[in-house]
Write a protein that binds this ligand. Structure first.
Ligand code: FE2
Length: 329
């Protein structure tokens, strides 16, 4: 099986880590275009990016046979991930983020994936997805939350980190709903009630594999974005579930979230996985980018983001499209 990735659309303009590597015609063209733009511009908006980072979603590895009926190839994910890490290591990346569902079926599938991620030369940031909570042996098919957090090396399931003028906010969108709760517990019953209400409203995302954030996490998120704005930082959210456009895989309170977020001018992008076909939408000045799921199809999918003052260039590999996200000042 050949997993060799090819950047889609735009030809690679990424300087390799090895500065002695031969300059390709494509790279040479990019350099000439950038130089010309900078020379004629008042503002240095088309020079080198402020920083780059790697994007992965839904590796969803399991030591299990493929399920062609749903187009998922669990064992292929190790080879695909190895290829992505090799490509990432060719570039100077501030970090690599995986947007949730690193494994399927059970945490016992985690060690080989973590071993591959340890080969990343850039620090790896983890976002938790719904499949990460599944257990073959735990009560009612769910791992204890503390065990999941610990297995992923997370002191907190939601957290923030700053990079070169940006604040990244990692959410745990499995907090509310029935994903991480043991069936028949009070928390699970509250999640079930929420899902039943959404189903009565005929909302397409009234599905057990979707969740959202609770009041405390919401307060934390809003404080963090506000604080980022106060300090002149731009903010981006890294989450598992999508918010926009409407989809059966969306955050349980997607409509409330998408109406609230434009109140925070510092917030520019919501990155997520979960919906394996990928997609993009803009609403109220916020970019919503859904990364393609790596486990889906025999082909690979991952991306490198280049962050500029006025845009983020998403350099997609294989199934992942190459796109430009506009960043309003
Ligand atoms: Fe998911």
């Amino acid at each position: 099986m050949n997993f060799r990735a090819r950047p889609r659309g735009r030809l690679p303009a990424l300087p390799p880590r090895d500065q002695t590597a031969p300059v390709t015609a494509e790279a040479s063209n990019h350099t000439a275009r950038s130089a010309a733009t900078v020379a004629g511009a008042d503002r240095d908006v088309d020079a080198e990016p402020l920083f780059r980072f790697g994007l992965l979603a839904d590796v969803q590895y399991a030591d299990d046979d493929p399920r062609p009926q749903i187009d998922r190839y669990y064992r292929y994910s190790l080879g695909k991930l190895a290829e992505a890490i090799t490509e990432f290591n060719r570039h100077e990346l501030a970090f690599v983020v995986h947007l949730g569902d690193l494994v399927d079926h059970d945490l016992e599938n985690l060690p080989p994936v973590l071993n591959l991620l340890r080969q990343s030369t850039a620090p790896v940031r983890q976002v938790l997805g719904n499949h990460d909570f599944l257990s073959r042996t735990g009560p009612n098919g769910v791992s204890a939350e503390a065990d999941v957090f610990s297995a992923f090396g997370l002191e907190r399931p939601y957290y923030a980190f700053d990079v070169a003028g940006w604040r990244f906010l990692v959410l745990n969108t499995n907090e509310v709903g029935v994903i991480a709760a043991e069936p028949q517990t009070e928390r699970w019953l509250q999640g079930r009630q929420l899902l039943d209400r959404l189903a009565a409203e005929k909302r397409p995302n009234a599905n057990a594999w979707n969740g959202t954030i609770g009041p405390e996490q919401t307060g934390w998120l809003e404080d963090q974005i506000e604080d980022a704005g106060t300090h002149g930082l731009r903010a981006a959210i890294l989450a598992h579930h999508p918010v926009f456009p409407d989809h059966g895989d969306n955050l349980l309170d997607d409509h409330r979230m998408r109406e609230r977020l434009p109140d925070f001018p510092a917030l520019k992008v919501w990155f997520n996985g979960h919906q394996h076909q990928g997609g993009y939408g803009e609403h109220g000045g916020v970019n919503y980018l859904t990364l393609c799921g790596m486990v889906q199809t025999r082909r690979n999918a991952y991306a490198i983001a280049e962050v500029y003052h006025d845009r983020i260039e998403i350099i997609g590999f294989d199934r992942e499209p190459t796109r430009t996200l506009k960043i309003n000042s």
